[in-house]
Design a protein around this ligand. Structure first.
Ligand SMILES: [Zn+2]
Ligand SMILES: [Zn+2]
Length: 125
């Protein structure tokens, strides 16, 4: 990424409604007027259409722990962990019903007899 004046660059554009992170992409410039696309270059490239609705555990404000709550493995990447519903009821969005679990422990959970169910995964959260 070049070090251009990001602030003034961003101010001229609407934010991409899909990722809400990047400014919308330029479509074309005609007679000095810039026409924009409906979403940013990244979302266009990856074919993202709509922002997926955040699952209930995300909406509840719960944040994944930085360690596995079963084996204490410290995550380096958010993708190394998932949230599990301890009682297996995906509608019980009480924080005490959530556990952050590493990928290893997940495999053991799937094989075990516990009721725990994985929460819906959202890569952006
Ligand atoms: Zn976008
Ligand atoms: Zn673990």
């Amino acid at each position: 990424m070049g070090r251009f004046d990001l602030n003034s660059y961003m101010l001229k554009r609407d934010l991409c409604p899909i990722c809400t992170k990047n400014p919308v992409a330029v479509n074309y410039i005609r007679e000095g007027i810039t026409h924009y696309r409906n979403s940013c270059a990244g979302c266009i490239r990856s074919g993202r259409k709509n922002k997926p609705e955040a699952p209930a555990w995300v909406k509840s404000g719960y944040k994944k722990k930085d360690r596995c709550e079963l084996c204490n493995f410290k995550f380096k990447l958010a993708s190394q962990s998932n949230v599990f519903y301890v009682d297996g009821n995906l509608k019980n969005n009480n924080w005490i019903n959530y556990k952050t679990v590493c990928l290893n422990c997940q495999q053991e959970l799937y094989k075990s007899k516990v009721a725990w169910k994985p929460a819906p995964i959202v890569p952006d959260f």
